[in-house]
Design a binder for this molecule. Structure first.
Ligand SMILES: [Zn+2]
Length: 143
């Protein structure tokens, strides 16, 4: 049932977290869904496989994965906190019409941004990471 068992096991080990059925289920969903779910959505997805899991536990697990750098957190326009599995560094395309968020990996853009801030630092701060949210609309083709 768990698709990425070995991968998840090593992720947990690297973070010093014990492998439990609950952690496996939550991380497996986060890796497989390729989406940006909120706590409710993760809970809905995993409670079918792990019947005794509570929403509070799902929240706690997501937070601990975020603290360990396995997931990142993002605010969305509906005010709900969303979680994102960090497979590779990526930016986000945010579709303003349907509230959809898509990953946008782009190494060339990463390089340009990195070089830009190498030359122009932000006073009093060290840059930890640069992530863009690019607002988009589907193009309507009238051809
Ligand atoms: Zn993402």
């Amino acid at each position: 049932m768990i698709q990425n068992y070995q991968h998840i096991k090593s992720l947990l080990q690297e973070s010093g977290l014990k492998t439990t059925p609950q952690r496996l289920a939550v991380l497996d969903y986060m890796i497989a869904c390729k989406c940006h779910p909120n706590v409710d959505e993760v809970y809905q997805a995993v409670c079918a496989h792990v019947p005794d899991i509570s929403k509070a536990t799902v929240y706690k697990l997501l937070e601990s994965f975020a603290q360990n750098g396995i997931l990142s957190k993002m605010n969305s326009n509906d005010g709900k906190l969303k979680y994102d599995y960090i497979a590779e560094h990526h930016h986000h395309l945010y579709d303003v019409d349907n509230d959809e968020i898509k990953d946008y990996p782009n190494n060339e853009l990463d390089e340009i941004l990195k070089n830009y801030f190498k030359e122009k630092s932000i006073d009093g701060y060290v840059i930890e990471d640069i992530k863009l949210e690019i607002k988009v609309k589907k193009q309507i083709n009238n051809k």
